[in-house]
Design a protein around this ligand. Structure first.
Ligand code: PGA
Length: 311
């Protein structure tokens, strides 16, 4: 029978993720000797070393790595239980969501509205790229994510709730700014600034043009929508971005949307969580809130997100 305390699990978890006794101590607001002592006692109880020191660095041993998986599950379950009790008391549980960088343009407004309805909910919002989002979902580190269509081979439940049109933006003095119904082939003469590899916007754009047999000239790669907007304004090229990211620039006439045949590229925002995940009451309320938006957005229009044509 193992004799472990929750405190030891928390200390182990911090050392295992930081791979440093001093950083773990800082994170837990403990002294380094206190952390070392907890680990020593834990290893004595288990009868196996969980860490090994090589040079100045520490590493997890094989049983240490295995134990880390159990430890994550136990601590996550405890966190869920805590949220469950808080939710039952007054919906004051935690909601941890992670969104794609493009979704950060509208998520805070949605959260503000949601928090008016559930003022005690403790919301944490993390913004990152698509690849990290998928990893967080896989590791069960978040309740849910807001992102473009996730890959189908993962065990995820994904529901579309809002349209995400991708448009071509140009500076107002661009020769094509006033043109109507620009043929797609004409774009081959332009240079495009593109988002980084792994961006959902980039993936959709590449697929759209590849399917139509058009080779775009791509200029500098930039890892944020903001950088692309600035570069387009400065005349470095055209950009393809979500309409959600350019509202302000269109309003103030710093950028224009080109009228190109076949545009906008129709993408959708999905709320995504692991299949079978037991959502806390706060998390379920947020999901319901997002899905309630379907009614306010024209998701019924073609193409439907499930269609081959949708990106
Ligand atoms: P981003 O957008 O990864 O390009 O920021 C998300 C998506 O459209 O899937």
């Amino acid at each position: 029978m193992l004799h472990l305390t929750l405190r030891q699990l928390r200390v182990f978890n911090a050392v295992a993720s930081e791979l440093s006794f001093s950083r773990a101590a800082g994170k837990l607001h403990l002294t380094q000797p206190a952390v070392s002592m907890q680990i020593k006692q834990l290893e004595e109880n288990i009868g196996l070393p969980l860490f090994e020191q090589i040079g100045k660095k520490i590493y997890l041993t094989e049983p240490g790595r295995e134990f880390q998986r159990y430890c994550n599950t136990i601590l996550q379950q405890l966190q869920e239980a805590e949220t469950m009790f808080a939710d039952f008391k007054d919906m004051s549980g935690k909601l941890t969501i992670c969104v794609a960088s493009t979704a950060s343009y509208f998520t805070p407004r949605l959260l503000a509205d949601f928090c008016k309805r559930y003022p005690k909910a403790q919301v944490s919002l993390n913004v990152t790229n698509r690849e990290t989002l998928l990893r967080r979902l896989e590791n069960n580190e978040v309740d849910m994510t807001i992102m473009g269509r996730p890959p189908e081979d993962l065990d995820l439940e994904a529901t579309p709730f809002m349209e995400n049109p991708l448009v071509i933006i140009a500076p107002p003095d661009h020769p094509l700014a006033q043109a109507r119904s620009i043929p797609l082939a004409r774009l081959a003469q332009e240079t495009f600034l593109v988002r980084e590899q792994g961006s959902g916007t980039r993936i959709a754009m590449e697929r759209f043009f590849a399917e139509r047999g058009i080779r775009l000239t791509t200029g500098t790669e930039m890892s944020t929508n903001e950088a692309i907007k600035q570069a387009v304004q400065a005349g470095m090229g055209l950009g393809i971005l979500s309409m959600h990211t350019v509202a302000l620039e269109l309003e103030t006439a710093r950028l224009v949307v080109l009228d190109v045949q076949g545009f906008p590229i129709q993408r959708y925002w999905y709320v995504v969580h692991r299949k079978g995940k037991r959502l806390s009451r706060v998390a379920q309320a947020f999901k319901d809130y997002l899905l309630g938006m379907v009614k306010h957005h024209a998701l019924a229009e073609s193409p439907r997100p499930q269609d081959e044509l949708a990106y």
